[in-house]
Design a protein around this ligand. Structure first.
Ligand SMILES: Nc1nc2c(c(=O)[nH]1)N[C@H]1C(S)=C(S)[C@@H](COP(=O)(O)O)O[C@H]1N2
Ligand SMILES: [Mo]
Length: 328
């Protein structure tokens, strides 16, 4: 997408932040011996044994059950399922828009687990089923605006990110949360090229992450997520440029300091940490004033981009007093 191939970056995680490997291996060995399904070090509230099979491709799973959320849905016409699932940015599978669909079909999105680390009382590794079990799924039709100036309208299935994060009991030192995508060059051919500093990482300030619009997404158009859209678990932050909406998440880490994020590391003058949609702040190489809605034809008139992608009434208060030209 956006950046030219840019510099390689030094490892950015201090040794002190890494859970000692031995602790991990030991915990896993003990739990394996007990035949435990959940690998968590601490009990996650409301969780027992998984009733759903851990394995299986999305197509073999029972379809998701959900209820539509009118409160958080736009009435705009959704972009077609075909466009949403065949015009993608997922650099782990290639940099052309058609690459993710072509190269991600055999990706194993199940079984899956997520590691929770950092400034939280509940840490450890949790199966996808443990992550999902207590959350009712909602369908929310959100506008989605890529930093490349195209946009779409998508009926996502998910649940509020804040509801998930609260289960881990973040400590008072948690001011940010970092998300990391799977690192697996065997399955993700794009990771064999240094296009980005893999694994892909993103982050939010805690109050942004707790905002009811921030959505943990597991499906689209009433189905489990196709691999090219970030199966089995991805973020959608509709008031920010699309690159904040990180796919195929394997790690959630609570931090005191602003985490490093992949696109900001790659091209800091082009992609900020905040990345709020803002028609008044141009990308150094193109205007952000307008956008092209997918599916409306290549020659369709570009429509005006709205501050915070049209969600200003809900989220502008998060940034009161901040210079949005500086913190772009
Ligand atoms: N891991 C990962 N997450 C990612 C990306 C990526 O390349 N890798 N691309 C981002 C960008 S730039 C956009 S616009 C959206 C695209 O999501 P979609 O393909 O579901 O429309 O995913 C975001 N999440
Ligand atoms: Mo994007």
């Amino acid at each position: 997408m956006e950046g030219p191939m840019t510099r390689r970056i030094q490892p950015r995680i201090a040794p002190s932040e890494i859970t000692p490997e031995a602790v991990f291996r030991d915990r896993r060995r003990v739990l394996a011996a007990l035949g435990a399904a959940a690998l968590g070090g601490a009990a996650l509230p409301g969780l027992g044994q998984s009733p759903t099979p851990a394995g299986g491709a999305a197509s073999r799973l029972a379809p998701p059950k959900y209820a539509r959320s009118e409160r958080w849905s736009t009435k705009e016409t959704p972009t077609s399922l075909e466009d949403v699932t065949s015009y993608n940015n997922f650099y782990e599978f290639g940099t052309d828009k058609a690459d993710p669909k072509a190269n991600a079909q055999k990706f194993r999105a199940r079984p899956w687990s997520v590691e929770v680390a950092g400034e939280a009382e509940v840490r450890g590794r949790f199966t996808l089923e443990d992550i999902l079990r207590p959350h009712a799924l909602e369908e929310r039709v959100y506008r989605f605006r890529c930093v490349e100036a195209w946009s779409m309208v998508v009926p996502w299935l998910g649940f509020p990110l804040g509801d998930l994060l609260q289960r881990f009991k973040p400590t008072s030192r948690a001011r940010y949360v970092e998300f990391t995508t799977l690192l697996d060059p065997g399955q993700m051919p794009g990771q064999r090229s240094p296009v980005l500093d893999w694994p892909y990482a993103e982050g939010l300030r805690m109050d942004e992450a707790m905002h009811p619009l921030a959505l943990m997404v597991v499906g689209v158009y009433g189905q489990w997520l196709p691999n090219q859209n970030g199966a089995p678990l991805r973020l959608v932050v509709p008031w920010k440029y699309g690159f904040k909406s990180i796919k195929s998440i394997v790690r959630i880490r609570f931090t005191e300091r602003e985490p490093r994020t992949s696109w900001n590391l790659s091209a800091p003058y082009e992609y900020g940490f905040y990345a709020n949609v803002n028609p008044a702040v141009d990308h150094p190489r193109w205007s952000q004033a307008k956008e092209r809605r997918l599916g409306t034809g290549f020659f369709a008139t570009r429509t005006d981009t709205l501050p915070f992608n049209g969600y200003a009434a809900d989220v502008a208060g998060l940034y009161r007093g901040m210079d949005l030209r500086r913190y772009f």
